[in-house]
Ligand binder design. Structure first.
Ligand code: PLP
Length: 377
């Protein structure tokens, strides 16, 4: 029996990516600018709608970094960040010499809890400093509570940096994730729903902000015949080769979202009858997740076995699964920073697991997963 590795989420090419890459070679646009970069931006703008302006960048992390700069985060400022996330959401706060303030999640979407958010803001203001930015994340593709988080942000007049790295194609009340923040970001890393091998984007509604993003991402060159600089610049623009992959991927994005959602349905159906296992799912019909990763939480008291038992059972069959993100406030590098909330994210980390979720999983691979489940549960 074929026992090749089943990945959590691996790149899935649509077929036309190489054609765009070949065009770049044939026209010698082998540089961090060119027709693929512009074309990819246009494709993303059309996909997101809501008058989006896109600046294609070298990574999602770079987009978060530039987003913080555009929102005027400076050394000594405080920035609120969802604790339950990937470290790339929080690292750029430190690049700016600012201080991360971590906030817990709520049970429904696993994303930032609006109550803990407001507690954090009130307490930081009492301590003398109003947070400069709120970084909220649509984790695993599941939209955060946009209305509630926005209400708190507006009440205290703090801008939102919307980390939509995992949520391209997810919608909240019909509007695409990535378009809710004062600034939004996307990622096209190898494991995301579409990939450019590595890449990201900044989303804004303002042409001026887009132009400023591109300016900062291309070494902040002033308008002069020589090299003249009056700002600190970055080398964060997306390569025209990578953007070619992105243009091919955009042609299959909708289809791949459908396939990820069908993987989620597969898990949803399987676990419906199993006591002690909960699948992360949309809470009502106004929420639409791309289901980038399908995730479960195991109640070991009910099931009599732990998440780690399942992970090892899958690993024994060469099937990758992974614990949910370890909250930032528990990470050695971030232990010294303030944290607001209870233990929602800690419990998710202790009992949760991401399951193979790729849009490219075959019937045979699903059956291998099913076989492990049937023996385990
Ligand atoms: C992947 C990811 C990022 C970073 O994107 P890169 O393109 O890998 O730099 C940021 N935030 C979250 C939540 C992510 O999953």
């Amino acid at each position: 029996m074929n026992n090749s590795k089943i990945w959590l989420s691996s790149p899935h090419m649509g077929g036309n990516e190489q054609q765009f890459v070949n065009e770049a070679f044939e026209t010698n646009w082998v540089a961090p600018l060119g027709p693929n970069v512009t074309g990819f931006e246009t494709d993303l703008e059309a996909f997101l709608g809501s008058d989006s302006q896109i600046a294609a960048l070298s990574s999602g992390t770079a987009a978060i970094h530039l987003g913080l700069i555009l929102l005027d985060v400076q050394a000594g400022d405080e920035v609120i960040c969802q604790s339950f996330t990937f470290s790339a959401s929080a690292n750029p706060i430190l690049y700016q010499g600012a201080t991360p303030i971590f906030v817990d999640s709520e049970e429904e979407t696993w994303n930032m809890c609006p109550i803990a958010l407001e507690e954090a803001i009130i307490n930081r203001i009492e301590k003398g400093k109003k947070p400069k930015v709120i970084i909220a994340v649509h984790l695993y593709g599941m939209p955060f509570k946009v209305k509630e988080i926005r209400a708190v942000a507006n009440k205290y007049q703090i801008p939102i940096l919307e980390d939509s790295a995992e949520a391209l194609g997810s919608t909240y009340h019909g509007q695409k994730c990535g378009t809710f923040g004062d600034i939004g970001i996307l990622s096209f890393n190898g494991n995301k729903i579409i990939t450019t091998s590595g890449g990201g984007a900044l989303v804004t509604k303002s042409k001026e902000v887009k132009n400023k993003t591109v300016f900062l991402a291309t070494q902040a060159r002033d308008n002069a015949p020589h090299y003249q600089h009056s700002h600190i610049g970055y080398n964060y623009r997306l390569s025209n080769i990578s953007a070619g992959i992105g243009r091919g991927q955009m042609q299959v994005l909708e289809k791949h979202i459908g396939l990820r959602r069908s993987m989620h349905q597969f898990y949803h159906d399987y676990f419906e009858t199993i006591q002690g296992v909960t699948v992360l799912k949309e809470s009502n019909e106004n929420i639409y997740s791309n289901h980038w990763l399908s995730c479960i939480v195991i109640d070991a008291n009910v099931l009599g076995k732990t998440t780690e038992d399942l992970r090892l059972a899958l690993e024994a069959e060469n099937i990758e699964s992974r614990p949910l993100w370890k909250p930032m406030h528990l990470q050695p590098i971030f232990l010294i920073y303030p944290y607001y909330g209870k233990s929602v994210s800690e419990n998710l980390f202790a009992n949760g697991l991401c399951l193979p979720s790729g849009s490219n999983l075959s019937e045979n691979e699903r059956n291998r997963i099913l076989n492990v489940f049937n023996r385990f549960f």
